[in-house]
Ligand binder design. Structure first.
Ligand code: AMP
Ligand code: ZN
Length: 672
């Protein structure tokens, strides 16, 4: 096989694996094997730039910057939908349709009108152009006549096929919705809040905002999905909407299996009611259902108005809202000093759960609602972590009610709050003496994803700070049994655990330490990338802003934050103390060590390890030629077992006679 043939074969194979994984939800190879193949393809492609293909699976990963999005006319206009809000309105629409078809001399007795009911996904609409089975262009809806070219960003969405499967029309546009699943939205907001940034309001706006990001590597990380529902082309290829959906799925598009074919108003009503009450069970948000005349011949006869097709109708759900009473407002100070208001409410049932608290987001939101204590407020639950207050019933307000005013001073330390221009949140800048900030920073350092210090849970950290035995990260490493004695609720055993945990944490690799420092905007991934690029704190401290920005995923804001943090005298002092305590402030070269000692060995890694994280153990195995498997089977060669491995794994490995080795034995095997 020539290299060119190899490239083509790999591309084809990887497209198929993508399809198996993202559309069929049925992967046939492990993530590791996929990554290896992708790496191989990337190597070959970099050797032969002349065979570049914008639809290669390699284009789904990594960066790429779109400075400005060009506006391009749609080949077929993107219509809107007419809306209805009641079953009566739907019934009238169906009557209108039937009348029109009768006027066109259709025999509705012989071929009655059927409908396809679909969910109305709440996202950003998209039009994907395919020619000869490959993605050519992706346009946002824009004004329906022309939209913005977001092709580069769309390629990062794994559920958008770059190359189609099976049979497909040679030239067509596929229409659908870019959505951000609730879980991805929650995760994103949790990360943002943890880094002192304001939360996004809802998944829809976040999805459309993400499509317009200049840096496509961020698009890749956000977890957008693309659900398709309409195929438009010059020639009519399908006889019905329902049939088209089925075919689209076979071409490799993500098509929800919630569509139903209905033949009566009764069926439609049933569908509408079902999803109106069950919408919160879906992984993404919907704002209604869409009812479409199924038969494409009838669709043609019915045609369009200037704005929308006559053959389709949206049924909009009323936003699920419940009224309750606002009892009080709490202001929470996070580890970055950001102050977020939370409404405390009379308990009420919303979308299946009892709600007592709701987000008020920020000062602007309180002002916009003109909130007063004792108000009857309406709550809505979207994809949010907690529901939000969306409206106030002013008619119920008592004359004497007091307005809710955002505090001018920090509720914890009384320092005057600041709000930077263009920022939504207020901050308490008294970072050294504001206890929730001190506690938050140390909790972050001890947390599982950072130093993972056993015996130092959130409660204990708060206790130590309140008792004034710890004020900063370096103080942790100067604790002794002596200093801890006499602290209420801290027994001898807890003290021992805690000190051992702290001692053990000194073995944590550099990137965990870096993440643990809690430098603003530096999340887990960025910390890893910085650690890998600069290899030590000493080097990182020397880094110029330009060299920081040169690191993947690091933009101006992050670079500035790292640069300033590492130069602040008080941080320098703390870092010096951490260094003397013996923390790892440089990458260990063990992980980088490469070899072939485990070539082709299929290895399962399970449990928790002493000196390394599970990810590091896996990296180590892979860089020595081994393959990581997800579960034990007769194909497994070795099981690397850490602490807390489930007993069933051990039993299975023993039954299959698979050697079980410890972390230490693995190191020995590798000659480390
Ligand atoms: P609206 O934005 O309320 O005018 O509703 C029209 C929009 O609904 C369209 O532009 C589509 O983006 C969106 N939509 C969501 N789900 C569907 C679906 N199943 N069929 C057609 N349009 C849909
Ligand atoms: Zn404060």
């Amino acid at each position: 096989m020539t290299d060119q043939e190899k490239i083509q074969a790999l591309r084809k194979e990887l497209h198929q694996h993508n399809y198996n994984y993202y559309i069929l939800d049925n992967p046939l190879i492990s993530d590791y094997e996929f990554d290896q193949k992708l790496k191989y393809l990337q190597d070959l492609e970099s050797q032969y730039p002349e065979w570049f293909d914008s639809n290669s699976p390699s284009q789904r990963v990594g960066g790429g910057v779109t400075k400005s999005f060009s506006t391009i006319p749609h080949r077929f206009p993107m219509y809107s939908l007419d809306n209805s809000y009641s079953i009566d309105e739907l019934e009238l629409w169906i009557e209108r349709i039937k009348k029109r078809l009768l006027d066109e001399n259709c025999n509705l007795e012989a071929s009655p009108v059927h409908f396809t009911c679909e969910l109305k996904y709440d996202g950003a609409s998209i039009s994907l152009t395919y020619a000869q089975g490959t993605l050519v262009r992706a346009l946002t809806r824009g004004d329906g006549i022309q939209g913005d070219d977001v092709t580069q960003n769309i390629r990062k969405i794994k559920t958008v096929p770059l190359v189609l499967q099976g049979n497909y029309p040679t030239d067509f546009d596929m229409r659908g919705e870019i959505i951000l699943p609730k879980e991805a939205f929650d995760k994103l907001n949790e990360e943002r809040l943890a880094q002192g940034e304001s939360a996004f309001m809802n998944p829809r706006n976040t999805a459309s905002g993400t499509l317009k990001l200049q840096d496509s590597s961020i698009v890749e990380s956000r977890g957008l999905q693309c659900l398709l529902y309409s195929l438009v082309s010059e020639q009519s290829v399908y006889t019905s909407q329902y049939e088209m959906l089925k075919q689209a799925k076979q071409m490799g598009f993500l098509v929800a299996d919630t569509a139903r074919r209905c033949s009566s108003l009764e069926d439609i009503k049933h569908y509408v009611q079902h999803w109106n009450t069950q919408r919160h069970t879906l992984p993404y948000e919907i704002d209604g259902v869409v009812i479409k005349v199924d038969d494409t011949h009838y669709q043609k006869l019915l045609g369009h108005t200037a704005k929308a097709p006559r053959w389709a109708m949206a049924y909009k759900f009323k936003a699920e809202q419940v009224p309750t009473t606002l009892m009080s407002v709490s202001y929470q100070v996070g580890r970055t000093g950001a102050v977020t208001p939370v409404a405390n409410l009379a308990a009420v049932l919303l979308a299946g759960t009892v709600v007592k608290r709701a987000s008020l987001h920020n000062a602007d939101q309180i002002e916009k609602l003109e909130l007063h204590y004792g108000d009857t407020v309406f709550l809505e639950k979207g994809g949010e972590i907690i529901p939000k207050v969306v409206a106030v019933d002013r008619s119920k307000r008592l004359a004497a009610a007091l307005a809710v005013l955002f505090p001018e001073n920090c509720p914890e330390c009384h320092t005057k709050l600041e709000r930077k221009k263009g920022e939504a949140l207020h901050y308490c800048l008294n970072e050294d003496h504001c206890s929730p900030q001190i506690i938050g920073r140390i909790q972050h350092f001890c947390s599982r994803k950072a130093m993972d210090i056993e015996g130092l849970g959130e409660e204990t950290v708060a206790l130590l700070v309140r008792e004034k035995v710890v004020e900063n990260l370096a103080d942790l490493y100067e604790l002794s049994a002596e200093k801890l004695k006499g602290i209420p609720r801290l027994g001898e055993l807890s003290i021992q655990n805690l000190l051992e945990g702290i001692q053990k944490s000194k073995e944590k690799p550099f990137d965990k330490v870096l993440f643990g420092l809690g430098i603003r905007h530096v999340g887990e991934t960025v910390a890893k990338k910085l650690a890998r690029s600069f290899t030590s704190l000493a080097q990182l401290k020397q880094a110029s802003l330009e060299s920081l920005v040169a690191v993947e995923d690091v933009g101006d804001r992050i670079a500035q934050s790292v640069y300033t943090h590492l130069r602040a005298p008080k941080n320098i002092l703390i870092l010096e103390r951490l260094k003397s305590a013996g923390l790892k402030l440089q990458l260990e070269n063990i992980i980088a060590q490469k070899g072939t000692k485990l070539l082709d060995k299929k290895i399962v890694v399970s449990g928790v390890f002493d000196s390394f994280s599970r990810e590091e153990i896996k990296d180590l195995i892979e860089s020595n030629g081994g393959q990581i498997l997800g579960s034990i089977s007769s194909k497994t060669d070795i099981l690397v077992a850490g602490d807390q491995m489930g007993p069933s794994k051990r039993i299975k490995a023993e039954q299959l006679n698979i050697p079980i080795i410890s972390e230490k034995e693995l190191m020995k095997l590798l000659g480390i």
